[in-house]
Design a protein around this ligand. Structure first.
Ligand code: IMP
Ligand code: MG
Length: 179
């Protein structure tokens, strides 16, 4: 079996590069079909989505912009307590059509926060493109427009996703091996 070691854990090859690339191209084709001529701003959510966004954008065939954001958590000062905000968004999204590009939607909590932040900032139509989704883990009522691949509720690394900071550079996806 094709296994690798990252820090203290073993991971087994689960989605090879060719399958990833075919799935990413399919998402690009759907986006090309749906929103060409809407001058969208693609928003890549760092760190995890850097590889998906890089490959996806190579197959987008209409004029568009791409920018990058990170999330920041703030303690206190609000009634909700721990609030995550989209930071690094220097472009105005007022009245703008945007496509959020994510590595994975797991519980959906992160995406829910990104979507509410973009709405607050005045974005017009907001679409979501995620490389992976774990449907069994979803806890929020969010609409995901484009999903390259759906996976079981197991921990994975590679293609931008990390285990404690490592594994993002792998071109294939690996699943943790329980021992
Ligand atoms: P959510 O808020 O639960 O949807 O979590 C989304 C974030 O959790 C992603 O952007 C990833 O950073 C991280 N994440 C979720 N599942 C995995 C995984 O299997 N491997 C690595 N990171 C993951
Ligand atoms: Mg992410």
């Amino acid at each position: 079996m094709n296994t690798i070691q990252i820090l203290d854990k073993k991971f087994a090859l689960s989605i090879p590069e060719v399958e990833i690339q075919a799935a990413v191209r399919k998402v690009a084709e759907a986006i090309n079909h749906d929103i060409a001529n809407t001058n969208p701003l693609f928003i890549c959510v760092l760190n995890g989505a850097f590889m998906f966004a890089g490959d996806l954008m190579k197959s987008i065939n209409f004029p568009c912009e791409i920018t990058f954001v990170k999330l920041s958590s703030y303690e206190g000062f609000t009634t909700t307590g721990n609030v995550k905000e989209v930071i690094g968004l220097s472009e105005s999204v007022v009245g703008r059509n945007v496509v959020v590009v994510e590595d994975i939607v797991d519980t959906g909590i992160t995406m829910e926060r990104i979507l509410s932040s973009l709405k607050t900032k005045g974005a017009n139509e907001i679409r979501v493109a995620t490389f992976l989704q774990k449907p069994d883990a979803l806890q929020r009522d969010i609409t995901i427009d484009y999903v390259a691949m759906r996976i079981p509720n197991d921990f994975i690394v590679g293609y931008g996703l990390d285990y404690d900071g490592y594994g993002r550079n792998l071109k294939d996806i690996y699943t943790v091996v329980e021992e």
